[in-house]
Design a protein around this ligand. Sequence first.
Ligand code: NAD
Ligand code: IPM
Ligand code: MN
Length: 349
Amino acid sequence: MKAKLALLPGDGIGPEVTGAAAEVLRAVARRFGHDFSFAAARVGGDALDHDGSPLPEQTLALCLGADAVLLGAVGGPKWAGATPGPEAGLLELRRRLGVFANLRPARVMDELADRTPFRPGHVRGVDILIVRELTGGVYFGRPRGRDGDRAFDTMSYTADEVARVARVAFALARKRRGRVTSVDKANVLESSRLWRQVVSRVAEDFAGVELRHMLVDSAALALVQNPREFDVLLTENLFGDILSDQAAALAGGLGVLPSAAVGGPGPGLFEPVHGSAPDIAGRGIANPVGAILSAAMLCEHGLGLAAEAAAIAAAVSRALGAGVHTADLGAAGAVGTAAFTKHVVSALA
Ligand code: NAD
Ligand code: IPM
Ligand code: MN
């Protein structure tokens, strides 16, 4: 297959982890006989510095013309207080691509079950798919702003926005263990009461998938107390942002979680769940697993290459199983980003 991939390294550790993921994609192309071409563009703080905008027109054009987009991370202390900031570029990119469904799998790899703050028996076998609504809610609601010493944001959803992401979650649950937990704050928020109604209505079209509703505070507790209760966790934008970082703690940390943003008319956007990690940027020690597994999701959800995605996941497991890992997964015996990636690439070949 021939595929045009847009590469947006971004800020902080973004270039380090997307470099690793691109290397793995090149290895996949060699092994499976594909022709992947890569074109890079600036986003976030890097783009602000060079082009004066966190999402320059040429970056957006490159993405819209690509078959899939792989992004590292944006933001950092250098741009604190900038308006617009680097993060605005990422939000605008998601909006312009129309990628309203963000799939964030939090799966505990056997190789990492003893690398979390939890007892291994508590997290072993955990396999959660967070489906986060990505282009609505308080991130995008209007009005927002300042009025003297008052600041305000708007949490807003339409029934259509809820229904389309709910359908994605139910369709995926059908291929998994058939259980959707919809997370909201319907005891307080009107937008959550609409969310709950619409999700219940969508559930009627998916016989065989079980739906339960949960309030976000108790979901936060259950996620760490009974993580195996969850199959697909469907939620709105802000709750999904918070709960996915929390779920990362079950799986071995923020460095290992990938994501896929899909549902738009054009290419999907694939990015690790973590940010630019300014505290470790530029040192060659970032964990590239989240980015590499995002490249696997790019193969599966962006290009329809499921075997290639499975091969990448297997290669990552193989490297971790051999005890090769970066420092965030344990200081003893840790290797750098490049050495870890090399192991994944040779496991692929
Ligand atoms: P962060 O995710 O960048 O880092 C949180 C902690 O996790 C840090 O200690 C960091 O060192 C560690 N960490 C994260 N990824 C890692 C990796 N791959 N390997 C090893 N350790 C890793 O969150 P933050 O510090 O709150 O945010 C920093 C900046 O990143 C902010 O500007 C924020 O807006 C931005 N951010 C961007 C994205 C994105 O681009 N998708 C996501 C989250 C945060
Ligand atoms: C994420 C990040 C972004 C978000 C920020 C950087 C805008 O935290 O992708 O999880 O909140 O969506
Ligand atoms: Mn986040």
